[in-house]
Design a protein. Sequence first.
Lengths: 498, 452
Amino acid sequence: MELTKKGSSTIFDLGTFERRAHAQRVEHIEEDSIADLPQDLLRNDVPALPEVSELQAVRHYTNLSKKNFSIDGQFYPLGSCTMKYNPRAAHRAASLPGFLNRHPHAPEKVSQGFLGCLYDLQNILKELTGMKGVSLAPMAGAQGEFAGVSMIRAYHEANGDAERREIIVPSAAHGTNPATAVMCGYEVTEVGVGADGDVDVEELKSKVGPQTAGLMMTNPSTCGVFERQITQIADIVHGVGGLLYYDGANLNAILGKVKPGAMGFDVLHMNLHKTFATPHGGGGPGSGPVGVSDRLLPFLPIPIVEKNEAKDEGDWYSWASAENTRQSIGKLSAFSGNSGILLRALAYALLLGEQGMNRVGEFATLNANYLAARLSQSGFELAYPDRRATHEFIITFAKEAKELNVSAMDIAKRLLDYGVHAPTTYFPLMVPECFLIEPTETEDKSELDGFVDAMKAIREEMLNDRDLVCTAPHTLPVRRLDDVKAARELDLSWSAPS
Amino acid sequence: MPYIPHTQSDVESMLETIGVDSVDELFDEIPAGLAEEQPGSLSAGLPELDMLQSMQERASLDEGNICFAGAGCYDHHIPAAVWDIASRGEFMTAYTPYQAEASQGTLQLIYEYQSMMTQLMGMDVSNASVYDGASGLAEAILMAVRSNKTNKSGTVLYAESLNPDYLSVVETIVSSQGIQLEAMAIGEHGTVEIADSSQPEPAAVVIQQPNFFGRLELVDEITNWAHSCGALVIAVVNPTSLGILKAPGFWGDNGVDIACGDGQPLGVPMSSGGPSFGFICCKSKYVRQIPGRVVGRTEDLDGRVGYTLTLQAREQHIRRGKATSNICTNQGLLVTAGTIYMSLMGFQGLKETAIKSHQNCNYLHSRLLQITGVEAMFGGPFFHEFAIRLPIKSADLVDAMADQGILAGVSFTKFDIWRDKYPNALLVAVTEKRTKAEMDKYVDVFTRVLAG
């Protein structure tokens, strides 16, 4: 009992009045050093921040970390999230003192290293996506989407085309797509997805028109299949004067195989924390650079790095001037985005090179198709059995839910007991009781086989000991949590026990 | 093949299981003509050693400048333990904690972070963070306009003393939402003069403390005035300054409605300004309008304490087009660092950091003002940053001092709105990290540069 209680202590519970990590004291403070500040602007309460020793803090957070699943610790086949290995070398490179200690306003003459890195990354991303220009400014995928749709809007406005009020998204789209369109001042029109996972082209034809500003889609789609009619879709949208937005969430599937530019997309964002293996950090930081075709170049978000050949000798890198970015949609962060993440992405690109990049899509696809085949052969139901899997695929437990009264969520929770992070559940929304599974290219065959074994074992449990599955997990720091209580009796911060 | 573990025999047996002859066959649904051979224009992959050497070569070009620049990003000491712990793979390589039972580490940490931020800000509620301070302000403005049930004008007043980089970002993000941004002018002391009645009644008022010039605004008066106009008050604050300055929850008679800012000073390296984290705190009554992730404490089936993402009905993956924001991520890893930082510093450490920064700043300021031709831009006290007017263009001084290994500050010419008005103005920040020797060296180099 005591053990349980101790295990769930917060950092605040560990504290004692006037204890502190003494090594962090700041010395040589003079008596009257804030005497010049007006008394009524000073703080006179004492906020309850932790009062712990350094060891207490280190031990507390080390122990908390052990309560996490992570890529470093577990297979993490979370669909649409690309949980691949995050090379330590990229972290090391971005943590070099010259990069880590660079102030964002440091003048260009002492920033040639950093600016050169951004310039190279801009070019690598342009090359890989087949776009004409790239801005590294967006700090996450959703901000990349915001930048992309803002550029679509700016383009139409620059053309005096103010009637375009709608953005079309497929019903299977990520929730960010419609949310972004609304943030950019658009109305959202949904277009259906057929039984084969492809967009319903006839419905699309009936929904486009002079009101269409653009269409947002991922390819491969969130159904885990390649949208085969992409060229036709691009023609339909372009035919009415709309633009095509590529949500790069699934870029890992086609890296080195197809360029979004070749598919007719006018603008895209990439998720460097997925495709370029930068760490997810427990929910961020991300990084969502945008790429554009010729006609959107003037609208790219700032800052952008330029190279001026031979100023005296050698290359000189500089921020694009205000004069050259007059039509830009503007800034998205106080400085230049998630710079440290950009450096990690560059390091990753340097490690992989051209050939390594091409292999990403191949092996991500091989792993997904292998896992899909093995699960299917083991009796699990694929949502799109007649289609090739891309880098991810969907299985549905509709049958199990009906016959055994076991939900996809139950199975997900039981997988945790087997030491595997659950795949994405209940997404896309139109496939009932589903898992979206993305193994990524960095997992080896035995890890995939282990996943199949776990799934088979869980199915046995569903048949023989249903409760074991429905009340899972059993081996984690906590059992299933009461989400309703969390939302109804909001407890969002610690307060001292009364 | 870097980071791809497959042997040839793995590949063969996997293809056999799938029932295809080659990996290429797996791409046969891609229409012909799209999947053409890629032109080989990227360089060949490098071994780890070579990559690190090449990156080191570049990093060394930017290395070794003593930092007196601020303007939203500050060079504070970071306790060694902060990143040793934050860099643990269990924190660094986990995803957003959707599977709560397998993410209790991240979830409890965010709950503790929320608790620390509400304490520091004197506010009721904190979210799990947003991208950075500037985009956080944009989100706070959208939130305030949504939340103000009586004033639907969409007019937002901001102090002209707001960080101009923040203003630029706000303009980008709120421009499509029918919001009008109007400036409140600053007076000769570099602080806000409360607007006269000719201005439209605002839905929200934005005040930065300390302001962009490092000066201290009369936050009590402004807060009370804004509330009397029916506006919500948004505070933009530097967390370090709250070691000594009044927390926004205590401004005026009732405190502000939303407090936001950038968490970089709390254990996050400057790293060219990112990644950092933005924080947003608010009064309880606005909790359902706050954007981004929020973690709540609850119980498991056995009644044990546990933590989970909550109030998700506000978010894009549930609400889609009706969400409070399109934001998905917080800045989890940086919040991890910030939380460990606050635990190690405690309020006492934060207070000492704030006082020492202020003390250093006063020292450098007074020494610089003794130099002929150097003037204070504004009278009155500042926190750890000040603006001075030089007898030469400030951008030239920054360039010249950079040659001597000193980042002298930030020239006002970096900012469109101040470029023409203040070509000789320089913003200088001094943290607790700067030694007397470094400050004296600054003065020496500065004097020599001015002497030509």
